[in-house]
Design a protein around this ligand. Sequence first.
Ligand SMILES: CC(C)(COP(=O)(O)OP(=O)(O)OC[C@H]1O[C@@H](n2cnc3c(N)ncnc32)[C@H](O)[C@@H]1OP(=O)(O)O)[C@@H](O)C(=O)NCCC(=O)NCCS
Length: 166
Amino acid sequence: MSAVLQPLEAHLEALTIERLDAVCAVEQRAYSHPWTRANFIDSMAAGYHCQLLMGGDTLIGYFVAMKGVDEVHLLNFTVAPEFQRQGWAPMLLQALGGWSRAQGAQWLWLEVRESNGRAQAVYLRHGFRSVGLRKGYYPAAGSQRENAVVMSLHLNESASAWGALQ
Ligand SMILES: CC(C)(COP(=O)(O)OP(=O)(O)OC[C@H]1O[C@@H](n2cnc3c(N)ncnc32)[C@H](O)[C@@H]1OP(=O)(O)O)[C@@H](O)C(=O)NCCC(=O)NCCS
């Protein structure tokens, strides 16, 4: 079932312990191999940039990003199933791009499952390029593994594709 919220009703906030139940509930519904609660707690403890997109008290989506020297690595990027296909992913990507630029990063990097064509299409639309493959990077059904497509985006080249939210 989908749910609709207007962009003006949405705001970004940092992930806190109080929001973890909601995040884990969405994570469970969004992925075949979801992150655990411990993965999110570790990310907060490590100081990663963990941002939630909220519509009032309702969780729309979130991302977790790790800052490197001149790059940012996107570790988790999720829109809750009931809010997918409504244009929230671009809003999260703009927030990510703005924060990354403010950190002085030149590049954004991410891995995405080879079978996840939908996410790859969203990233390609926002200027990411596929730059490699990591063999057997992800767990898959049974004891199988799935390749990751490595994607990157040069932040200076992508200013126009990322709109004004920077
Ligand atoms: C990948 C993901 C983040 C994309 O989020 P999203 O919010 O659905 O992305 P968008 O809003 O840009 O929408 C994508 C699709 O909806 C369409 N769309 C966007 N806004 C729309 C609107 N207002 N009305 C109707 N359709 C719309 C887009 O054209 C696009 O269509 P397509 O997939 O047929 O090409 C989301 O599907 C997700 O969380 N998936 C599960 C977790 C995951 O795979 N994360 C990525 C891990 S690397």
